[in-house]
Design a protein around this ligand. Sequence first.
Ligand code: NAD
Length: 482
Amino acid sequence: MEQKVPITVAFGDGIGPEIMPEVLKILKAANAAIEIETIEIGEKVYNQGVSSGIADSSWESLRRTKVFLKSPITTPQGGGFKSLNVTVRKTLGLYANVRPCVGYYPIIQTKHPKMDVVIVRENEEDLYAGIEHRQTDEAYQSLKLVTQPGTEKIVRYAFEYAKANNRKKVSCFSKDNIMKLTDGLFHKIFDEVGAEYPDIEKDHWIVDIGSARLADTPEIFDVIVTSNLYGDIISDIAAQITGSVGLGGSANIGESCAMFEAIHGSAPMIAGQGIANPSGLLLGAVQMLVHIGQPEVAETVHNAWLKTLEDGIHTPDIYREGVSQKRVSTQEFGDAVAARVGQRPTTLAAVEYDKERNVCSPVPRLQRRPAGKKEVVGIDVFVHDRSTDKQAFGDKIAALSTGKAKLRLVTNRGVLVWPDGFPETAVVDHWRCRFMATEGTISSADVVELLGRFAAAGVDFVKTEQLCKFDGVVSYSQAQGE
Ligand code: NAD
């Protein structure tokens, strides 16, 4: 008897408690060698006043088993509650979110019969760092953090995944025409790392037109690697256009732990009706079986599921008159898949998993790059001020210049307003005042002296940002209109 692998399971919220038992039933029927530990997460835990939605004892299980099969959970809206999904992904270092989106034509209605795209979404950074501040009466800020190691890890993962799964092309989606530093870094690392994979075709798309093409002509894509927010949005679109968002599974891979789930959420609108499609969670579980070294079982389950679809046994979200044979409940669908364990599809292509390599979690090589030479050549000071007279505001701030740091320009929402701004430019109460070093570089003490003048003049500064050159390269954005 094969050694059973301990896994942590959470039944989740909404449709979660309906779809998870079906998935576990199918895994049992396929003789998956797993030992299940159940934990409670989500709404019930939030309601006990635990703002993270997960108790300490549950972390203990996750850190021990390192494998998490998770039903969707409901994230309470607003005030004080953090998204548990984001918390688990980031706390366990699950940096790669892998979402295969496949069309099952002619069995399932889709406009894209040849669709077979895997979205590799960065999972820890970008706007999901969750660092937000209200800075003034009128201005709110969310920090978009993109790091070189984080980007290199996800881009390498995407190429290694493509190699392990015989995929031909990796496409990068970014918005580096606008965000030249953050998205620019993502694109640059994609080019650098991609050069190490000469056998894999690669291209880069600006995310807006890339998403439009993905929705319209998904067959031109193979593997897509992108940052957290874009990946979140495009993977829902990609899953939906395969026929139903209920069909997509997702793996969240880290260096030591991994979490497997459906792409979709807890769908409270259809909870309790017994009509949810358990397929997304089941395909997440298939990825889990590959990850824990049971590719044979993964193959058995995946093919039994394809055979069920092919036999026209469909939950209401994919049921279509004339093509489907039987409209079934969540439980009947689970029974049908379990009954087909050992069978393979004939119209749809049967899947085969590599028995030698872990194609779900290929390990990317990563070496931290050496630090560069940093020079601070100026400082941006952000000010909360309700002035509407741009010239007078700029003149007031210019008078605070020191011998070491002189006001170069003022922007409002990124647009130059001093000197020589346009009268038409609208302003809010959030100003960026750019001081440049008069002698090449400035020190922290120079910045303190400058801010001392702000304080003495009663100017409300809300934050500062260093203006740096790294290895001589200007590493801050210019003002619009500069
Ligand atoms: P959702 O994905 O839960 O549901 C949107 C709609 O898609 C549903 O109304 C339903 O019509 C359909 N749908 C989704 N899953 C289905 C399935 N398995 N079978 C049939 N139809 C299905 O999105 P939402 O309504 O925006 O989010 C509901 C809650 O889920 C929110 O609290 C959200 O924060 C949470 N959420 C959780 C996760 C997660 O746990 N990983 C992911 C996304 C959203």
